[in-house]
Design a protein around this ligand. Structure first.
Ligand SMILES: [Mg+2]
Length: 377
């Protein structure tokens, strides 16, 4: 008889700070709301089992939050020991209840995302399958667009050069940031990039929530003939009614969702927009992400996940209708492996699980870590 069940014997949480090659600014910086982004803070979770399997997961924050996530998992993480790592939902709920007084969204669940991703990675490794295959893949690669070359601090010539480099490197689309205080400057950069790339290259814009409803409509009407793939975060992330009106008024698809931190926060927006953009670490892990994806599929809304391409390539490959994954290479120093990109597409890794391992160089970025060990049996 096959033995069913394994037990978590080891858990390690670690905080890393991954500096960017150069700080970047989006519209939140241009409007004075945030400082330029200079590093990504990452919380990793490594899980080992009695049967000798391992899983690796991670969460992240920008500007603030990872110390709080780390403090949270230090408190609740030891309770993972002895649990069957295959029972992901049950384990996730147990951790939710352990931290119930700090809620089911935001920092608390973003901390749990590292655990949840590690459990899914482990489960796929146990099956000997890439995560996309464990979930049920529709494709073995996904269209990919670059974001990191299109920030607002970059002069127009640099944006054009980075876009050309991305396309030469096999990336299939380009996104640039907009949402500056002077909309004419946005329109000027966008027209120049469109002219530089030609009509055939898929192009998106991202306003990072910096317009009011009237400004977003004005911008959207001004760019209708540019054939944009989408206009991203035109409005405040929680303005479902505004997004619904904008999507109804414009031919260009409207995308949003990256700032939302739970399934519940996504529900009103899934119905409102053309493209929903959940982010596994921000919504609390793969377990809640899959609920969002199911709701989006039911509503015939497209799903184009935000950032962390290393996780999202699997989830985008497992969604019925193909959209895009976002190419931002900032986390590359943490991992040994590189994503394979060619012909406008990112390949799903053929290795088991997420197909990721922490790199030797990651140690240089380590801030703090903690381990929990079980009794061994
Ligand atoms: Mg965005």
């Amino acid at each position: 008889m096959t033995r069913v069940g394994d037990a978590i014997a080891y858990v390690r949480f670690a905080r890393y700070a991954v500096p960017l090659a150069a700080p970047v600014s989006d519209a939140k910086v241009a409007t004075g709301r945030q400082r330029p982004l200079s590093q990504i803070d990452v919380l990793t979770c490594e899980i080992g089992t009695r049967d000798g399997l391992r899983g690796l997961g991670f969460s992240y924050t920008t500007r603030a939050g990872t110390p709080a996530q780390y403090a949270h998992v230090r408190e609740v993480g030891e309770s993972l020991l002895g649990r069957d790592p295959s029972d992901i939902g049950k384990t996730y709920e147990a951790l939710l209840w352990a931290g119930a007084s700090v809620g089911r969204s935001g920092v608390a669940t973003q901390a749990l995302a590292a655990v949840d991703v590690a459990l899914w990675d482990l489960k796929a490794r146990r099956a000997g399958l890439p995560l996309a295959k464990l979930l049920g893949a529709y494709r073995d690669s996904v269209r990919v667009y670059n974001t990191s070359g299109g920030y607002l601090q970059a002069p127009l010539d640099e944006v054009k050069e980075r876009a050309a480099q991305s396309l030469a490197g096999g990336i299939g689309g380009i996104k640039i940031k907009v949402g500056q205080p002077d909309m004419k400057e946005d329109l000027r950069r966008l027209a120049a990039v469109r002219e530089h790339l030609g009509d055939g290259v898929p192009l998106m814009v991202d306003a990072n929530q910096q317009w009011d409803r009237a400004s977003a409509l004005r911008f959207g009407r001004a760019v209708e003939d540019l054939g944009l793939v989408w206009i991203e975060e035109p409005l405040d992330a929680y303005d479902a009614e505004g997004h619904a009106r904008l999507a109804a008024a414009l031919d260009t698809p409207i995308a949003t969702g990256e700032m939302l931190s739970s399934v519940a926060e996504h529900i009103g927006l899934i119905e409102a927009v053309d493209v929903i953009q959940p982010d596994v670490p921000r919504v609390g892990g793969i377990t809640p992400y899959l609920k969002i994806a199911a709701l989006a599929d039911h509503a015939h809304t497209q799903v184009a996940p935000h950032f962390v391409m290393e996780i999202h390539v699997h989830l985008a490959a497992a969604f019925p209708r193909e959209s895009w994954v976002e190419h931002i290479e900032w986390l590359a120093p943490l991992f040994e492996e590189r994503m394979r990109i060619e012909g406008g597409r990112m390949a799903v890794p053929d290795r088991p699980g997420l197909g990721l391992s922490l790199s030797g160089r990651a140690r240089d970025r380590l801030i703090d870590d903690v381990e929990f060990h079980g009794s061994g049996r």
